[in-house]
Design a protein. Structure first.
Length: 107
């Protein structure tokens, strides 16, 4: 039987920076593989990668309103995913969660 506290910790670690996502991938290896932890690893990794890719282009907008809206949008998505991991729920991130789940399905 899987230890639910361990799985929850792996899911929470995935949301703590991109390095946390990489650590969570290694924590969720073959013998300890969990669908709950994998779900949150895919969500967090997709969130961080898209943040860096889109943030690069938003930085060139030279507008504090566009940049602020971008940061607020990603912070809200991060809070949504992180609280889902804390509560032990598998909630897709709004508008991008399905894409992340299909893109990173091998994790």
């Amino acid at each position: 039987m899987e230890n639910s506290s361990n799985l929850k910790n792996t899911a929470i670690i995935a949301y703590l920076t991109i390095i946390g996502s990489v650590i969570a991938i290694f924590m969720n290896q073959e013998e300890n593989k969990s669908e709950f932890a994998s779900f949150h690893i895919r969500q967090a990794l997709g969130l961080f990668i898209s943040f860096f890719l889109l943030g690069y282009f938003v930085g060139y907008a030279d507008s504090w309103t566009a940049t602020s809206a971008f940061y607020i949008f990603y912070f809200i998505l991060w809070i949504y995913g992180f609280t889902g991991a804390l509560q032990g729920q598998k909630r897709l991130l709004p508008s991008v969660g399905t894409f992340f789940q299909s893109t990173f399905k091998s994790l």
